[in-house]
Design a protein around this ligand. Sequence first.
Ligand SMILES: Cc1cc2nc3c(=O)[nH]c(=O)nc-3n(C[C@H](O)[C@H](O)[C@H](O)COP(=O)(O)O)c2cc1C
Length: 265
Amino acid sequence: MRGDYNGIFLPKSRVSTNVLRKRRICTMFRLLYCIVETGSVSYARFFSSWIVMKLSLAELRREYSAHGLLEEEMDPNPLVQFKRWFEDILNSTIPEPNAMILATSTPDGVPSARVVLLKGFDERGYLFFTNYDSRKAQELALNPRAALLFYWPEVGRQVRIEGRVEKTSTQESEAYFRTRPRESRIGAWASKQSSVLPDRKSLEERFNQFNQRFPGEEIPLPPFWGGYRVVPHAYEFWQGRESRLHDRIAYVRRDHLWQMKRLSP
Ligand SMILES: Cc1cc2nc3c(=O)[nH]c(=O)nc-3n(C[C@H](O)[C@H](O)[C@H](O)COP(=O)(O)O)c2cc1C
């Protein structure tokens, strides 16, 4: 049943496999480096080579910040530009590359923000999954607008996205729910997200209850759980540069066309 969805989900395995593959390759190179240098594996050498590996991210950051953002090199479509940046991040060793801050607000303008995981993106928008009774969901029900923020300090980059928010179809939520590990699916049933709990024990008891209720692999989608898409009308790509002269390239959607502007840092 798992992996039968042909859409744009970024399941955890896709993200962590990339990172794990990179780490494994780096570890092999570090071992080789130690053997070539000393003829044997010395722990001191092994750990000092870790610094060399870390430097490569610093190198990437230096390269990006020296080169900066030029309008003529940015894609006219911000989705394509985001894809480029996101692929760079996926191919690096940056942990949790798909963690993003989601900001929502009440209709009278009281904001709230939290981290969620990006689970896919395409021309329809940026996808995440959550509990439909949570605080964020209650705010989105009354004010279906949100801002997303990605910050990757290792490469000095930030992306801001703003847009309206819509729920995914039940089929799409089901398809994603099936890809989650069993414990996460039981956890989704057990958590009345954002509500007050008397203590930790009561959460664990709820988890055990649902674990017994759904003993096998077939766990239905909870009716209070599913996805949202942020459909962007504005983007900003930020690249940290020397002397605080950072680059900021913003895109705003007007009449189905994207306009690009440079903003002062
Ligand atoms: C790295 C990270 C990833 C998270 N991913 C999600 C997620 O994908 N969906 C979700 O509902 N909560 C996620 N959370 C928990 C949220 O930050 C938050 O605590 C929860 O959604 C309740 O928020 P709310 O009370 O404002 O609705 C994540 C937290 C962290 C730190």
